[in-house]
Design a protein around this ligand. Structure first.
Ligand SMILES: [Zn+2]
Ligand SMILES: [Zn+2]
Length: 123
């Protein structure tokens, strides 16, 4: 086997092993509360360090996600009687709604809950 062939096989192995190893390590870290995961509306999972809790405002129209600078639940920790012995490592908080841009965008289609306006009311 040539050194080029060896190198090619090694890099192929490392690439296929690499992703699985990364996921395994992420999961290991997540189970110990060292890494947080966050599921986006798109189904994608984001991993981030647990340096502070994450709080986001996510727009369901444009997908924009804005992190809150402070924790809205800071003064309301998980009550012990609700936790039932569960020890929280971290939390995430997501508000879903319409961002200011989308609310003011006149090009947005009307809400599907509204019936369409009749075009010929007296036909
Ligand atoms: Zn928006
Ligand atoms: Zn918080």
């Amino acid at each position: 086997m040539s050194s080029q062939e060896l190198h090619r096989r090694l890099s192929e192995t490392q690439r296929s092993m690499g992703l699985a190893t990364v996921y395994r390590q992420l999961r290991w870290l997540q189970q110990r509360g060292l890494v947080r995961s966050r599921l986006l509306p798109s189904g994608e999972t984001l991993y981030a360090p647990v340096d502070h809790d994450a709080h986001h405002l996510t727009c369901v129209l444009c997908g924009n996600s804005v992190a809150l600078p402070v924790c809205p639940m800071h003064d309301h920790p998980l009550p012990a009687d609700l936790a039932g012995g569960f020890q929280p490592l971290f939390h995430t908080l997501e508000y879903y709604g319409h961002c200011a841009d989308c609310q003011s965008d006149p090009d947005q289609p009307p809400s599907p809950t509204l019936p369409p306006a009749p075009s010929h009311p007296d036909s």
